[in-house]
Every structure is written in structure tokens, then in C-alpha cells.
Design a protein around this ligand. Structure first.
Ligand code: SAH
Ligand code: SF4
Ligand code: F3S
Length: 470
């Protein structure tokens, strides 16, 4: 598709603003101040989308509540990555029938990745008749118009056309106040890893204009945000669709020029596209946190090939070796799938051995979950769940031991952290993050939230460090 067709024209965005105004007028004419309950599931990209949805709702005059029972509108922004995620949403939908009986005017919205799946839309159409509006991630910018249709016609509205997806700039946003912010730099995914639903529900890869990203980051820094994460399913393919020789490393270099006291992070990176040039740029840019989330999924080359990942165990290890050589204190994390269809115990143990070899600071581990419509879902999968669970437990045991050892190595050291909130732990009431994004629970006063501090590490466990300001 041509670039002009991907960038959503200003006139179309203005039209959506009109619908926002109309809905606002609808409530104010009746002297009502509507409340919305928004729940987001899934990854940071979905969280960022949820913040845009809240921005649009705010522009329509809504305030927010955590209580579905008190809300005029309940919105579930869903995730489709594993079966468990979908079950949770259907469970929630079931519970909301009761809420709606008590508030018949309540509007129930289902959006996000699950909403884009035809199978889900069909099930909602037939069995969850209290859902008023269903739309997928590509239709997010048209939410005001779709919601207007619901109020206007009082009929159910489904907008799940299988779209390529566009780029809508300047949508309103409600961010979490404080120190952390998310910035989507691109949308969609072209990689079609054989187990993964994302390319089917989020459309094709499309990169925002560098100038738009730079303006947004500059604003965030001016507003006092200090920990900014650039988001994309594979940030390393940023710019491929722009065709001007401007890619992710160039974007990072330009962002790094923005003056201020802040860290910039990014996720996720795909090992097939991560390059030594990226690591050189990370190493020299002072705002770029020396932290890398580089999912490897499997340590076995046959499984990697079946997953359509397009790199090998050896090339992955070589990338890590290079990254560590230019950033000696690099904090490394990764995602892993155990029990891909046809994986044998020996192959799963190759994953465990890669984990031992690399020494990740933390790992996000998943048992394979078949996603209808993906290639892997039709592959023979003979290994019973209990067997996969055993391999998984072995992996966790190895990783937990490693995490605990890495954390223990911090004892007595003085590190710089950003205090990002309260921890809820009485003795260590503050939560903070190191440059490598490790959690440090701190003694100290809530007035320190939002500040960079030097702290001494006094203790640790598998999941967190403990410290006090020096
Ligand atoms: N785009 C990101 C990943 C997004 S999904 C990337 O490529 O790094 C986050 C993680 O969920 C993936 O890295 C993978 O480990 C896991 N995952 C994706 N599909 C899965 C499935 N069908 N079953 C189990 N885990 C899955
Ligand atoms: Fe899914 Fe692969 Fe795309 Fe990540 S890169 S979102 S795992 S298809
Ligand atoms: Fe889930 Fe969609 Fe993210 S499937 S992990 S919310 S891209």
C-alpha cells in the first residue's frame, strides 16, 4: 500500500472529533456526567492503545471508575496471544451480564486483539448478546463514530473488517501520571511466526513518521516523564516501509539528541533484524538504557525453523556476544516458548541450555498455546500437557536460580535508580527501577517519586532488589 493511503487524513480525524463532540452534547443535554470503566489486557502496545481510548472517552465527557457496576460504559481492551488470555475475557463478559441487568442503559464494548478474530466476533454475536460494540485494533481511531452509532441506533455494532491498518496521529491520550510513558513507533507485524496470532489481528507493519515520534518524545520529556519506552512488535524493522534509509538506529540517535534527564527503552526486538549497528548506537547514546529484551523463543534450530523465526541458536548467541562486548553491564531479558508442536524433550533442553549459557537477568516463559488460524495450530502436537509442564518447570528452576544469583551480585553496590511509585511493602515503601529495568524496593519518602537517586543495595531475592538511598 502507498504511504498516502496509510496515513489517515486530517479530515477523517476531524470527523471523529465531531462525533466526540456529539456524544458529549448528548450527555450534557440530559444533564448527565457519564462514567467509563476501561480494562486493558495484554502487552504494552495494548496498554498504549487503551490510553488513546481513554483519551477519546475523556474528550466525549467521560470520567473513569474501576467499578463496572457504577459505569455507563464498560470497555474490555483484549489480548489474543494465548488461550488463557481469551478465557479471562469471556469470564469477564459472563460476569458483566449481571451488571447490565441492573443498568440496562450500560454500553458494553469489546475491542483489542481478540475483537479482530472472526471466531470471537461470531461467538460474541451469538452468545454474548449484551455486548453492544465490537471493534479491532485497526478501527481504534474510529471509536467515536462507532460509539455514536450505538447511541444513535441502539443496535449492536461490529467493525472487524480485516484491514491492513492505518496510522492515526494526534489522537487524544490519558497517560498514567508520573514517570513512565509508552510511545508506539510502529504498528502491526509482518513476521508471521508460525505460533503467533499478532499479524492476523494487528495488520501489516507501518512506521510512524520520524518527526511525529520525535515531537511526541520531546513533549513527554518536557512534561517530566523520565522513563520512555518505544513500542513495536519488532522495532528493528522500523522504517522498512518508509523507504528512505532511515531505520531504528537512526531514530534512536535522533531521540538521544533531545536534551533532558530521562531514559529511553524499546521493545520488542527480533533477533533476525537486530544488528551490530543497533548495539553500537545503544552503547554510544547516553539516554538509551543499557537494557535489551531480545526474545529467542527456542534454543533449538529445528524448532526455530518450524517457528519461522529466521535465525539460529548460533547467530543469536553471536548477537548477544557482540552486544555484551560493546555494553559490558547490559541487562538482558527474553521470551521463551516451551512445548511448540512436535518439540521433543531434547529440543526443549536445548532451550534450557541456551538459558544457562547466556545468563538472562529475567525471562518471560510460556507454554505453547495453539491459536486457531495460525500455521502451528494445525501441526501435530502429541506431547501431553503434563510432560510440557515438566520441561517448563525445569526451565523455571534454572532461570530462577540464575536471577537470584545475578541479583545477589548487586549486594553492597551503589546504583542509580528512578523512583517510580509506591511498592505497597511497609518496610520498603518505594518502588524504583535501575537503568536495566530491575525492580528495587526502597526505604524512603514518597516525595522522592519521579527522582533519580543513588541507592545502596542491601538485599535481594529472585524477583527484586532492596535498597536505601545513600
Ligand atoms: N512481537 C514480540 C512478541 C509479542 S508476543 C516479539 O516478537 O518479540 C509476546 C510473547 O508471547 C512472544 O515473544 C512469545 O514468547 C509468546 N507467545 C506468542 N504466541 C504464543 C503462543 N501461541 N503460545 C505461547 N506463547 C506465545
Ligand atoms: Fe508474533 Fe513473531 Fe510478530 Fe512477534 S515477531 S508479534 S512473535 S509474529
Ligand atoms: Fe496480546 Fe495483542 Fe499484545 S494479542 S500481546 S494485546 S498485540
Amino acid at each position: 500500500m502507498k504511504r498516502e493511503e496509510i496515513i489517515i487524513p486530517q479530515a477523517d480525524l476531524d470527523r471523529q472529533r465531531d462525533f466526540q463532540e456529539r456524544i458529549r452534547a448528548l450527555f450534557s443535554a440530559r444533564g448527565l456526567s457519564p462514567r467509563a470503566c476501561v480494562e486493558t489486557f495484554g502487552c504494552q502496545q495494548n496498554v498504549a492503545d487503551g490510553q488513546r481510548i481513554m483519551g477519546m472517552l475523556e474528550a466525549m465527557g467521560f470520567t473513569f471508575t474501576q467499578e463496572p457496576g457504577e459505569a455507563d460504559l464498560v470497555l474490555l481492551n483484549t489480548c489474543a496471544i494465548r488461550e488463557h488470555a481469551e478465557q479471562r475475557v469471556f469470564g469477564n463478559l459472563g460476569l458483566l451480564t449481571h451488571t447490565k441487568k441492573e443498568r440496562p442503559d450500560q454500553v458494553l464494548v469489546l475491542c483489542g486483539c481478540m475483537a479482530q478474530e472472526e471466531r470471537v466476533a461470531k461467538r460474541v454475536r451469538e452468545s454474548y448478546r449484551h455486548v453492544d460494540l465490537v471493534f479491532g485494533p485497526q478501527a481504534l481511531w474510529r471509536f467515536p463514530e462507532l460509539l455514536w452509532q450505538v447511541y444513535e441506533t441502539r443496535k449492536r455494532v461490529f467493525s472487524i473488517e480485516d484491514e491492513h491498518g492505518g496510522i492515526a496521529e494526534g489522537l487524544p491520550v490519558v497517560r498514567e501520571r508520573g514517570v513512565k510513558a509508552w510511545v508506539s513507533i510502529m504498528y502491526g507485524c509482518n513476521n508471521f511466526c508460525s505460533y503467533c496470532i499478532v499479524p492476523y489481528v494487528r495488520g501489516r507493519e507501518r512506521s510512524r513518521e520520524p518527526a511525529a515520534v520525535l515531537t511526541e518524545v520531546r513533549q513527554l520529556v518536557d512534561e517530566g516523564y523520565k522513563d520512555i519506552t518505544l513500542l513495536g512488535q519488532n522495532v528493528n524493522s522500523y522504517g522498512n516501509d518508509l523507504d528512505r534509509g532511515y531505520h531504528f538506529p537512526e531514530l534512536l540517535e535522533d531521540i538521544d539528541q533531545i536534551p533532558g534527564d530521562y531514559w529511553i527503552r524499546f521493545m520488542s526486538s527480533h533477533p533476525k533484524d537486530a544488528s551490530p549497528r543497533l548495539f553500537d548506537v545503544m552503547a554510544k547514546c547516553s539516554h538509551v538504557a543499557k537494557q535489551l529484551h531480545l526474545p529467542f523463543q527456542s534454543g533449538n534450530n529445528r524448532v526455530l525453523e518450524e517457528m519461522n523465526r529466521r535465525y539460529t541458536r548460533e547467530s543469536y548467541l553471536e548477537l548477544i556476544r557482540y552486544a555484551k562486548s560493546v555494553m559490558p553491564g547490559l541487562v538482558l531479558t527474553s521470551d521463551v516458548i516451551i512445548g511448540f508442536p512436535g518439540e521433543t524433550e531434547a529440543e526443549a533442553m536445548d532451550t534450557v541450555s541456551l538459558v544457562e549459557e547466556v545468563g538472562f537477568d529475567a525471562l518471560f516463559t510460556f507454554i505453547y498455546s495453539p491459536r486457531p488460524g495460525t500455521r502451528a495450530a494445525s501441526m501435530p502436537d502429541p506431547v501431553p500437557r503434563e510432560e510440557k509442564q515438566r520441561w517448563f518447570d525445569k526451565l523455571l528452576e534454572v532461570q530462577n536460580r540464575r536471577s537470584a544469583a545475578i541479583h545477589a551480585g548487586y549486594a553492597g553496590r551503589t546504583v542509580r535508580v528512578l523512583v517510580d511509585g509506591e511498592s505497597g511493602d511497609g518496610d520498603y515503601p518505594l518502588s524504583s527501577r535501575t537503568e536495566g529495568n530491575r525492580l528495587v524496593r526502597l526505604k524512603g519518602d514518597p516525595a522522592l517519586i519521579g527522582r533519580f537517586l543513588e541507592v545502596r543495595i542491601t538485599g535481594s531475592n529472585t524477583w527484586a532488589l532492596y535498597g536505601e538511598p545513600v
